[in-house]
Design a protein around this ligand. Structure first.
Ligand SMILES: C/C(=C\C(=O)SCCNC(=O)CCNC(=O)[C@H](O)C(C)(C)COP(=O)(O)OP(=O)(O)OC[C@H]1O[C@@H](n2cnc3c(N)ncnc32)[C@H](O)[C@@H]1OP(=O)(O)O)C(=O)O
Length: 355
């Protein structure tokens, strides 16, 4: 038998053989295509706790039975961030393993009852939009609507619309006009208010009072959270793999050395969940309602630190329980250089002071 492990021989063999490719290119997606994601995943207490602990989501209702019961849950439930990340992770093999980046997501909702450990997740996606990228001819932009359901009951547990940049098999012919970006001369920078108000506490009434104060003045309710989380092998590689997210961006240093980021990068859902964990540590969350207009602005890599900034947009006394009111926030995750890495709006029910 030929000794193929001789390095020169092996290099020649590698150069000759076909690579069994993974994932799909832009050209493989057509609007209306329905994709059922085979992996599925059982949401476990271990997966939930690993996700929550590493992203600093330490709300006692997700950790302690008495705290869970006081919030109307039967037991500590699966955290909505882990549910969202798992509903996306499972889809990567079919939708985005070829490469490209997670750009944004909107209409993230949790229509079902609280989800508990042991629930088997079934996920499917529909291609809702395919577009050329005017600035990057080697990529297209694809959006999918994804639904994660309870495999046993068929109840929808999590749904959203997500957009990725996806590599094209053949780069688009371009006259280069799309690459030019009008940077402007800085004159169109939005004005900031004269004053920033920070709520006195994390209860619903504190957000209402701060918004009322800001309404009278040239002010906004906005503040930063002290905690930061430096990205390490666990957050960058382990957490996405624990959701069956096979994107090479998170665990293949060899391939990523040649990519726009030059390195493996943090799964967008880890960055976002970490920033939300920081924000939640300064409020009295009752329930998560939904997320919109989420965007990932730049890469987060091992060694980067994820911080969070919150702007309070509105408060309404229309929550699902008298114990809480509804607050809409804009959260911005930023790194050690103060560069925004993620932004999105979040609607959450926040406990009233008496509860
Ligand atoms: C899951 C998963 C993978 C991941 O989790 S990867 C980690 C999370 N994502 C990131 O770290 C990406 C961060 N973003 C960036 O670094 C830059 O945006 C990027 C990807 C390098 C592109 O930067 P550019 O400066 O070249 O371009 P733009 O930001 O202007 O965007 C390129 C085109 O995309 C369009 N676009 C951007 N955001 C959205 C959006 N939310 N929805 C729809 N379209 C969007 C933008 O308009 C540009 O279009 P053009 O026609 O002008 O090219 C996984 O694998 O699934």
């Amino acid at each position: 038998m030929t000794e193929w492990t001789d390095p020169d021989t092996f290099a020649r063999a590698l150069a000759e053989v076909e690579t069994k490719e993974k994932g799909n290119c832009f050209e493989d997606f057509e609007e209306g295509d329905l994709i059922e994601h085979a992996p599925g995943l059982t949401l476990t207490e271990w997966g939930n706790e690993q996700w929550m602990s590493q992203t600093l989501n330490h709300d006692p209702a997700y950790w302690r039975t008495d705290a869970a019961e006081a919030r109307g849950f039967d037991e500590p439930p699966i955290h909505p961030d882990y549910l969202t990340a798992a509903t996306l992770g499972i889809t990567v093999e079919d939708l985005s393993e070829k490469g490209g980046y997670f750009l944004g997501r909107t209409d993230v909702r949790f229509p079902g009852a609280p989800v508990y450990a042991g629930t088997e997740l079934h996920v499917e996606s529909e291609v809702v939009n395919t577009a050329t990228s005017s600035s990057r001819p080697e990529y297209g932009i694809v959006s999918w609507r994804t639904r994660g359901t309870d495999a046993e009951t068929g109840d929808v547990l999590c749904s959203y619309e997500r957009t990725n940049m996806i590599p094209r098999r053949e780069p688009m012919a371009t006259d280069g006009s799309g690459a030019a970006t009008a940077d402007g001369d800085g004159d169109d920078e939005p004005d900031l208010p004269a004053e920033f108000i920070s709520p006195d506490g994390g209860s619903y009434e504190d957000f209402v009072a701060a918004l009322e104060q800001a309404d009278d003045e040239n002010a906004a309710v906005a503040y930063r959270h002290e905690r930061g989380r430096t990205q390490d092998d666990v957050t960058v590689a382990s957490l996405p793999l624990s959701t069956l997210n096979t994107a090479k961006q998170h665990h293949n240093v060899d391939v990523m050395a040649d990519s726009p980021s030059g390195n493996i990068v943090t799964y967008g859902d880890v960055t976002r969940s970490t920033a939300l964990g920081h924000a939640r540590s300064d409020e009295r969350t009752w329930r998560e309602v939904g997320f919109d207009d989420e965007s990932f602005h730049t890469f987060v890599a091992v060694g980067d630190t994820v911080y969070a900034f919150t702007r309070v947009i509105e408060a309404e006394d229309d929550a699902s329980s008298d114990a809480a009111g509804t607050v809409t926030f804009e959260h911005i995750a930023f790194n050690q250089d103060d560069d925004p890495v993620y932004s999105g709006t979040r609607t959450a029910e926040i406990r009233k002071r008496s509860n």
